[in-house]
Design a protein around this ligand. Structure first.
Ligand code: SF4
Length: 368
């Protein structure tokens, strides 16, 4: 059993995950900054003691300045930012220059880790998430690329569950792009009303259906450059379609993905394109699609925007933002978001392969 697996087990049993040795190995930047064995876990004060707050040793300081410390997630780090600003500006100049000529390249991570150390930690987090969410998958229901692109457009500003409750009626009435392209907008609006922004969404799905019909013979194209030209389709939607309908690697940089990779200090970038480029450098392309699912699953169930359940988080030993949320195991457990059915990650109607003989998720979260 890995140390993190032990930690997860400990969480399940109500004990805080054993962090000491694992934290030292997995988060060298934090350990180096603290100079102690992970004190950040223990007190309320520790909540604010994000890695960038502690005066950093020379090595960390150099890299952290180059990596825009003001992007740090803790309030303390934000407060510390102005003091570092002047020095930071000087040191970031070369990096900015490079970024202009090669936008896909990214600067050093805010954690101050070496690239190699960050790659190791990031991949370890992904391996742990893969164990926690072996059934991670796109949570939108679809049967073909057309349904997926429409469902993804509809998922803006609403839940996948809501979309899944809406699309059966839509696809029953308009099963192909040709059908939806000539639909009466008012009738489509009525169907899409529960998803919110239904007028704009109606315009998008009818528009993209027309484009598919007129420009692509009624087929969803399998190339990024074609997909992003469709009405209502940006890079995020395009990568969802490429990764899940065409098996082509793509990173889905949605709101959960952005929040979590910044908490994990994989990047200090705030723009989706830059986040995508930074994360792409940490993983082989073959990992991108499943990585996206793992991260999004974790963001939806445990690492929430406002109240991350740190005390019930199986990857806490690997997370520099531990303490941003509730650290008390009992209180944290109450913050876990379950779908109907009672287990984190369990779908309302999960495919049978995700279930064990008793009809429960094959590997529910230990913390559940
Ligand atoms: S829940 Fe807390 S410990 Fe877990 S990944 Fe999110 S911020 Fe880190």
């Amino acid at each position: 059993m890995t140390k993190t697996a032990s930690a997860r087990k400990a969480v399940a049993e109500g004990a805080p995950p054993a962090r000491g040795a694992v934290v030292k190995k997995a988060a060298p930047a934090r350990t180096a900054a603290d100079g102690k064995s992970a004190p950040a876990r223990k007190t309320a004060t520790a909540k604010k003691a994000a890695p960038l707050k502690t005066p950093a040793p020379a090595k960390k300081s150099a890299v952290a300045k180059a990596a825009a410390p003001a992007k740090a997630t803790s309030t303390a780090a934000k407060k510390a930012a102005p003091a570092k600003k002047a020095a930071s500006a000087k040191k970031t100049a070369p990096a900015k220059k490079a970024a202009k000529s090669a936008p896909a390249k990214t600067s050093a991570p805010p954690s101050g880790e070496s690239h190699t150390a960050l790659v190791r930690r990031a991949r370890r987090i992904n391996r742990e998430l893969a164990e926690i969410y072996p059934y991670a998958h796109p949570e939108l229901d679809f049967e073909n690329p057309f349904q997926l692109v429409v469902a993804t457009v509809l998922s803006a500003q609403t839940t996948d569950l809501r979309v899944n409750q809406t699309t059966p009626a839509l696809f029953a009435k308009y099963p192909t792009p040709e059908d939806l392209a000539v639909a009466n907008p008012e009738e489509v609006e009525e169907i899409l009303r529960p998803t919110g922004f239904f007028r704009a969404k109606t315009k998008s799905v009818i528009g993209l259906s027309k484009a598919l019909t007129e420009q692509f013979g009624g087929e969803v194209p399998g190339r990024l450059e074609d997909l992003v030209k469709l009405p209502g389709v940006g890079r995020k939607t395009a990568f969802v379609v490429l990764g899940n309908a065409f098996g082509r690697p793509g990173l889905t940089v949605d709101t959960h993905f952005q929040r979590l990779v910044r908490r994990w200090q994989w990047t200090g970038a705030t723009e989706p394109d830059k986040i995508e480029a930074a994360v792409a450098e940490l993983f082989p392309a073959s990992d991108w699609t499943m990585l996206s699912h793992h991260v999004i699953f974790h963001g939806r169930r445990i690492c929430h925007a406002r109240k991350p359940a740190c005390g019930a988080c199986p990857i806490a030993p690997l997370c520099p933002a531990y303490g941003e949320g509730e650290t008390d195991p009992e209180k944290a457990r109450k913050l876990l978001k379950y779908e109907k059915g009672g287990f984190p990650g369990q779908r309302l109607n999960p495919p049978q392969s995700y279930l064990d003989a008793g009809g429960k998720p094959a590997q529910p979260l230990a913390a559940g």
